[in-house]
Write a protein that binds this ligand. Structure first.
Ligand SMILES: *Cc1c(COP(=O)(O)O)cnc(C)c1O
Length: 364
């Protein structure tokens, strides 16, 4: 049996008619950028997250760097972020000239809240929280630390659409929540897409200016902005996804529960979920000391897997200039050596999961 890590086609066929209707409606409307599909998506997404404002953008990276830009965080400033994140989180900081300060993750793969305060200096301006793999971070503690030290709080929710901590949805704990709608995300477009959410009217207004060449009024450019707009067709398609977001997350949680209950190989560590945190399983990430051998074994059996992420940002060539070396962040580096994302997608068939479980349990 051949099993992919993800099957985006399944996600499409699940609501094929609705997607096709939305796409055709947009194509026939004659209006393709910054129209009523976008504004209605922004309203619906803000409501879903529980934020006052949503601003649609071109992708998740833009959401991140523009968030720091409008918060005025740049050269000479430091931003605290977990070491084991996707590189985009870090680029969102460094594009603005600010310096990322890495903190090791905890056993849930999220930022270790006991290690944040020791990294705060006079230059620290913000904490960027990443709800990695879909599990909400420990937001009560993080929000307290930010309040105590007067730091901005930005959330990277690219993997946590609808995931909450103690009943509050991620993206609403701090100043700005940043989202990606890359096709594989829990709410995914059919191309690139992103957004920010905020309760601050002034920040939402600033973001609308930045995404459209720095202009509020056509041809009057207030700041050097960028071109980062969420297309009408993507917004229309995203409204379909959004309508089914709850059931799509529940389906993934049910697949995870099945893995949790039936994977029983002592060589494999299953993902843990913190008390009070939701996990929407953007990825189902296991750990194994012999990860590379396990990955090869699975490949031989027709099961493809992905490492999220094999090279931690502090060791990326792009960040050589920060001067970090191997061994600086041992917990982060152990994650990079041991994690493996196994097949997990909407529309996964029972026989596909049964086979995956049997093969994983038979690894010796
Ligand atoms: C996907 C992702 C991003 C970037 O989103 P793009 O839309 O691909 O630019 C940022 N942060 C995290 C944690 C992600 O998973």
């Amino acid at each position: 049996m051949e099993i992919q890590t993800n099957r985006l086609d399944r996600g499409f066929y699940k609501y094929q008619q609705e997607f096709e209707d939305a796409a055709l409606r947009t194509l026939r409307s004659g209006w393709y950028i910054m129209g009523k599909e976008l504004s209605s998506f922004e309203e619906q997404f803000a409501e879903y997250i529980g934020a006052k404002y949503c601003v649609g953008l071109g992708n998740g990276l833009d959401a991140l760097w523009l968030a720091f830009r409008i918060l005025g965080i740049g050269s000479g400033d430091e931003v605290i972020v977990q070491g084991n994140t996707y590189i985009a989180s870090v680029m969102g900081i460094t594009i603005n000239g600010a310096t990322p300060v890495f903190v090791e993750p905890d056993e849930y793969f999220n930022i270790d809240t006991d290690k944040i305060e020791e990294k705060i200096t006079a230059k620290t301006k913000a904490v960027l929280v990443v709800h990695l793999y879909g599990q909400a971070s420990q937001m009560d503690k993080i929000a307290d630390i930010c309040k105590k030290h007067d730091l901005r709080l930005v959330e990277d929710c690219a993997q946590s659409h609808g995931s909450g901590f103690k009943g509050t949805i991620t993206g609403t704990f701090g100043d700005i929540g940043c989202f990606s709608f890359y096709p594989s995300k829990n709410i995914g477009a059919f191309g690139d897409g992103g957004a920010i959410v905020t309760d601050d009217e002034a920040l939402a207004k600033e973001m609308r200016i930045y995404r459209n060449y720095g202009s509020e009024k056509r041809y009057y450019n207030k700041v050097v902005g960028t071109n980062s707009r969420l297309d009408e067709i993507q917004a229309a398609l995203l409204k379909v996804r959004l309508k089914h977001a709850h059931e799509l997350n529940e389906e993934k949680q049910a697949i995870a529960a099945e893995y949790d209950a039936r994977l029983n190989n002592p060589l494999i560590e299953l993902p843990r979920v913190r008390e009070g945190a939701d996990h929407i399983y953007h990825q189902y990430v296991i750990r194994c000391k012999e990860r590379n051998r396990l990955m090869e074994y699975l490949k031989d059996k027709g099961i493809s897997t992905i490492i999220h992420y094999p090279i931690p940002p502090h060791l990326a060539q792009a960040y050589e200039y920060l001067g970090h070396k191997k061994g600086d962040y041992p917990v982060t580096e152990a994650c990079a050596d041991e994690v493996l994302s196994i097949p997990m997608y909407n529309g996964m068939l029972k026989e596909e999961q049964d086979y995956t479980i049997d093969v994983l349990n038979a690894f010796v």
